[in-house]
Design a protein around this ligand. Structure first.
Ligand code: FE
Ligand code: FE
Ligand code: ZN
Length: 279
């Protein structure tokens, strides 16, 4: 079964979000746990989450992929900012324990002139602390475009974070491959998808690959820009997207669209992609 969904808003609650997802043909969903710019958020209503779980079970829906606020920086230079990131993420994980099978994705962070080595060490120590919380939720590091001082623009950097975090099992920590980001970072998934996945396997292990952010890229190969584009309308193009969604190493993973779209637009992209794959 083709597990394809998109990023939706949680502002109306979990049950409203899954109803909206189902109404546009999505089989899984990504959402921000709270305002992506960070800050406090109301604790979710347990009844609303139970309703989400009931609808998800009835529809074989999932997995739910929660995305950490992208303005938090686990590699920040100031300790209070790192502490804030850690506390927010621990709070997110404790909420997500109410959603079976959910996963939690975060951007590794920016080393902000401290250098990549320091950035990696800081991110690894945060990840260690998250793992000590005992949360059942699988944590995902997202592949980044390598914009500015971003850490995680290469598979090697992600591998070093995992190693320094104590090499947690792939059932605890995985990787979310963002097609826009990896292409921007200089992995030619349009010209040599097999080669890129071979490299991923060698450096990280394909068993770590848990989810795909399916986006086209507004700018070209190695642009390091991180600007998402509608499916088929960017530098990757339709042929490359089709190879991604049908590749034997990827086809059984859950895909999440993060294209610049409103909800009906996501519905159209999901329908188009289902049509292309034919399952
Ligand atoms: Fe992201
Ligand atoms: Fe992404
Ligand atoms: Zn992005």
């Amino acid at each position: 079964m083709f597990r394809i969904g998109c990023h939706l808003s949680i502002s109306g609650g979990y049950a409203a979000m899954i109803r909206e997802a189902l109404s546009i043909g999505a089989s899984n969903v990504q959402f921000f746990t709270r305002n992506p710019r960070g800050g406090r958020s109301r604790p979710p209503d347990p009844e609303d989450m139970a309703e989400y779980n009931r609808i998800a079970a009835e529809n074989s829906f999932g997995p739910a992929l929660a995305h950490a606020p992208y303005t938090m920086n686990p590699a920040a230079a100031r300790p209070e900012l790192r502490q804030y990131a850690l506390e927010t993420m621990l709070d997110d994980l404790s909420r997500l324990s109410a959603i079976p099978g959910s996963m939690y994705n975060f951007h590794p962070g920016c080393h902000v002139s401290q250098g990549t080595d320091t950035g990696i060490a800081l991110i690894a120590s945060l990840l260690r602390e998250l793992l000590q919380s005992g949360s059942p939720t699988v944590i995902l590091l997202e592949t980044m475009a390598g914009k500015g001082s971003e850490v995680g623009g290469t598979f090697e950097e992600l591998a070093r974070i995992l190693e320094q975090a104590g090499s947690p099992g792939a059932d605890r920590v995985g990787v979310c491959l963002d097609t826009c980001h990896v292409y921007d970072a200089g992995y030619d998934i349009a010209g040599d998808l097999d080669g890129v996945l071979g490299e991923f396997d060698r450096i990280l292990g394909l068993e770590r690959l848990k989810a795909v952010h399916l986006n086209d890229s507004k700018f070209g190969f190695q642009s390091h820009k991180d600007r998402h584009e509608l499916i088929g309308q960017g530098a990757l193009g339709m042929d490359a997207v089709l190879r991604v969604i049908t590749h034997p190493s990827l086809r059984d993973l859950p895909f999440y669209l993060e294209t610049p779209n409103d909800v009906p637009g996501y519905g159209r992209e999901i329908a188009m992609l289902r049509e292309l794959r034919g399952d």
